[in-house]
Design a protein. Structure first.
Length: 334
């Protein structure tokens, strides 16, 4: 029997020396199989309603916004006159637009920095075996989310009223202040109030996200750590946090994107005040579109597109982290 010698300069690689990815059998991706015949017809039938809704409520408004941004249109009557890119030029030199952009980014960062760690801590506690009444606490934390944003803003407007609000009344009764403190009289205190009210309302949603991520960590890993005598702190830092890291990146991205759409709380709590110091981009667009007559619908459309570009850049900057998170999810199996 003759044996074939390995080619010069190349050593024979045994199966044991190969990486797990090389040793793994080739998998067939059934999700890429083409749909044929009657199945394709049924697929189109079931997708048609969703496609129509997507075209009507996403693609068409986007295309119309781009179109209107090139006109000095009031939103009523013929779409005219055509002004080209003049709306964009006016917005780029408008200081109020950049104040609104800055406030929006500050709000998004602050709410994300506050709500994610706090909701993660609550989720960790609520997933402990020794805790009783988990359903009660989950319902309590989630309840503010079902309150309409406008109603939540009105409630806190009355609570924080400088003359007869509950907060100032308590501070006066305790002797901490002599007269009511108007938190809405200063830009930074007003922004902080908007941030804290938003965190209070959205807290339960992100807590549920974290609970779902924590429940995907295999219980066998914790059992092995208990056998090794690992403390709760080591299990948290060496097992829990590394294994939920892929999901944490996605939750953080969702938190930032959602926070950049703040509108209702600004309308009900500050109305952009004091002055225009707490304008956010959504409120800036609303004021230009409907705040005064004649409406500046074309100008507002241009502002919306400009901020969409800024938001796209911010979100795209996290693309590397998200792609890495997807790879980690496959490695950890979560």
């Amino acid at each position: 029997m003759t044996t074939t010698a390995p080619a010069p300069g190349r050593e024979k690689v045994t199966d044991r020396e190969r990486s797990p990815a090389e040793r793994a059998p080739e998998r067939v991706d059934h999700s890429r199989e083409r749909v044929r015949g009657l199945d394709r017809v049924w697929l189109l039938v079931f997708l048609a309603p969703f496609l129509l809704l997507y075209l009507g409520f996403t693609i068409w408004p986007l295309a119309a916004t781009i179109y209107y941004s090139f006109f000095d249109w009031s939103g009523i009557g013929p779409v005219e006159p055509f002004v080209g890119v003049r709306n964009y030029g006016s917005i780029l030199v408008d200081p109020l637009f950049w104040v609104a952009v800055g406030n929006t980014l500050i709000f998004a960062l602050l709410t994300t920095v506050i709500k994610l760690p706090l909701s993660l801590l609550a989720a960790i506690v609520l997933t402990r075996k020794w805790l009783r009444g988990k359903r009660f606490f989950r319902t309590t934390f989630f309840a503010p989310l079902i309150i309409p944003v406008a109603m939540a803003g009105l409630i806190f407007t009355y609570l924080l009223n400088p003359s007869n609000g509950a907060l100032n009344a308590i501070l006066r009764d305790l002797g901490l202040v002599d007269q009511g403190f108007d938190v809405f009289a200063n830009r930074w205190s007003a922004l902080l109030v908007i941030v804290l009210v938003s965190v209070w309302q959205i807290f339960g949603q992100y807590m549920i996200y974290w609970v779902a991520a924590l429940q995907n960590v295999p219980e066998e890993v914790y059992e092995a750590a208990d056998i090794d005598g690992a403390s709760e702190w080591k299990k948290l830092t060496r097992i829990t946090l590394p294994m939920i890291r892929p999901v944490a990146v996605i939750i953080t991205l969702l938190g930032l994107v959602n926070a950049m759409h703040v509108f209702g709380l600004v309308v009900t709590l500050t109305a952009g005040g004091p002055g225009t110091s707490t304008y956010v981009v959504s409120y800036y667009i609303y004021q230009n579109a409907f705040g005064s007559v004649p409406f500046a619908y074309g100008y507002a459309s241009a502002a919306a597109l400009l901020f969409s570009v800024i938001a796209f850049v911010v979100v795209s900057a996290q693309g590397i982290a998200v792609r890495r998170a997807q790879r980690l999810r496959k490695e950890y199996g979560v």
